[in-house]
Unconditional design. Structure first.
Length: 187
């Protein structure tokens, strides 16, 4: 896994040059946005159980046959495996968001996942749908971390003790791209 700093150093080393110019500007932006990034990860982490449970429930609501005898979520063991897989995906998306790099997601989570699902007979379309629902939930949580609880805020807003101010849409978009990588990988 490479974080933004390691990636810049590796690129400079490969070209035989010092880190400078646009690489330093990129790193300065990464550091300046650090509190937003940490708050976005905190928003995902503190709501992980709800995000995963809601995503799996949504997938099942759209395909009730999954909980019927013979379905891939029929029995407590299979349902627990489905929830576990969703939690693992969400955890690695959070790691990627924290590092600003999807390589940890590729190396530790997605490598061989599609083949494993195929071998186990897990319908990847259903898992991809659960990931899409997770993406929507996580993006909503991230967008709620910007510290600006203006007129659209409700009494149901959870105070996560965030420190970031301003627009978090770039981080939400980054997280969404990591979920898209997962969906593409398993589809």
């Amino acid at each position: 896994m490479l974080d933004a700093f390691s990636r810049a150093a590796t690129a400079a080393d490969a070209s035989g040059s010092f880190i400078g110019g646009t690489q330093i500007a990129t790193l300065k932006t990464f550091v300046a946005e650090g509190n937003k990034r940490l708050d976005a990860v905190k928003a995902i982490s503190t709501s992980a159980s709800c995000i995963v449970t809601d995503s799996v429930a949504g997938m099942i609501c759209e395909n009730p046959g999954l909980t019927s005898p013979g379905g891939n979520c029929y029995s407590n063991r299979r349902m627990a495996a489905c929830l576990r897989d969703g939690e693992i995906v969400l955890r690695y998306v959070a790691y990627a968001l924290l590092a600003g790099d999807s390589s940890v997601l590729q190396d530790r989570c997605l490598n061989g996942l599609k083949e494993t699902y195929a071998a186990l007979g897990v319908p990847t379309g259903s898992m991809a749908r659960a990931v899409a629902i997770m993406k929507a939930c996580a993006v909503a949580h991230i967008n709620g971390t910007n510290g600006d609880r203006g007129p659209q805020a409700t009494n149901n807003t959870i105070n996560l003790g965030t420190t970031a101010k301003g627009d978090c849409s770039a981080l939400a978009s980054e997280a969404a791209s990591y979920f898209d990588v997962v969906s593409t990988s398993i589809s």
